[in-house]
Design a protein around this ligand. Structure first.
Ligand code: ADP
Ligand code: ZN
Length: 214
């Protein structure tokens, strides 16, 4: 089963993708993660995208489509979770073509609905474990008092360079202008499933399970 997690920054796509990887053996393809890796490795492409990402703007379709294309060949028995891709109509068309080329289909596009106030407070409060990527939130899931990750015991935590109010405003605007039209696009194709992204992590995971198993 191949699925897309669609929603604004802070909707919880990465968190839910991790749960699906654990529970269903799916493979998470996060273009944001791939681009952050390129950025920290200092590759030519990484240098090109760094300032764009920090400002909260979208990198070119060509770059992200290329990243996804590289990952699609090879074994994917559990299916792919597209997280943060596609983000434009051109990317959505390209994904459709790539899947077709691999004889694969898109089973569902899960739209995660969250209101904007909640997005801003989630993002400005969030951090992740530098070792395992476990997510934390200053309000709802603080880093333990002993300073150790509950998942792996790691002691390094990081905040994203683009998780500040100004970049976030740009990211939200990019989402509404360029990505939210995909909701209509996939609705018309019959793939869209919407869940309420506002609940506890487990509740949202439960709702996603329901729409995927329906
Ligand atoms: P978010 O929390 O905003 O959903 P991501 O981790 O998915 O963040 O992406 C971080 C940044 O990486 C984006 O703001 C954008 O600059 C870039 N990026 C990630 N995926 C794409 C994409 N599919 N198309 C264009 N830019 C992307
Ligand atoms: Zn950890």
């Amino acid at each position: 089963m191949n699925i897309i997690l669609l929603g604004p920054p802070g909707a919880g796509k990465g968190t839910q993708a991790r749960i699906l990887v654990e529970s269903r053996g799916m493979i998470q393809l996060s273009t944001g993660e791939m681009l952050r890796e390129a950025k920290s490795s200092g590759s030519e492409m990484g240098k090109k995208v760094a300032a764009i990402m920090d400002a909260g703007e979208l990198v070119t379709d060509e770059i992200v489509i290329g990243l996804i294309e590289e990952k699609l060949s090879g074994d994917n028995a559990g299916g792919f979770i597209f997280d943060g891709f596609p983000r434009t109509l051109a990317q959505a068309d390209a994904l459709g073509e790539l899947l077709e080329k691999h004889g694969a289909t898109l089973e569902a596009v899960v739209e995660m609905r969250v209101d904007d106030d909640e997005l801003v407070s989630r993002i400005t409060a969030r951090s992740t474990c530098g070792d395992c990527g476990e997510g934390y939130n200053d309000v709802s899931k603080p880093i333990p008092a002993d300073g150790r990750c509950t998942n792996c015991g790691g002691t390094e935590f990081k905040r994203r360079a683009d998780d500040n109010e100004e970049s976030l405003r740009t990211r939200l605007m990019e989402y509404y202008k360029k990505t939210s039209p995909l909701i209509g696009y996939y609705y018309a194709k019959g793939n869209l499933r919407s869940v309420n992204g506002l609940g506890e992590i487990d509740e949202v995971a439960g709702e996603i399970k329901v729409v995927l198993d329906a």
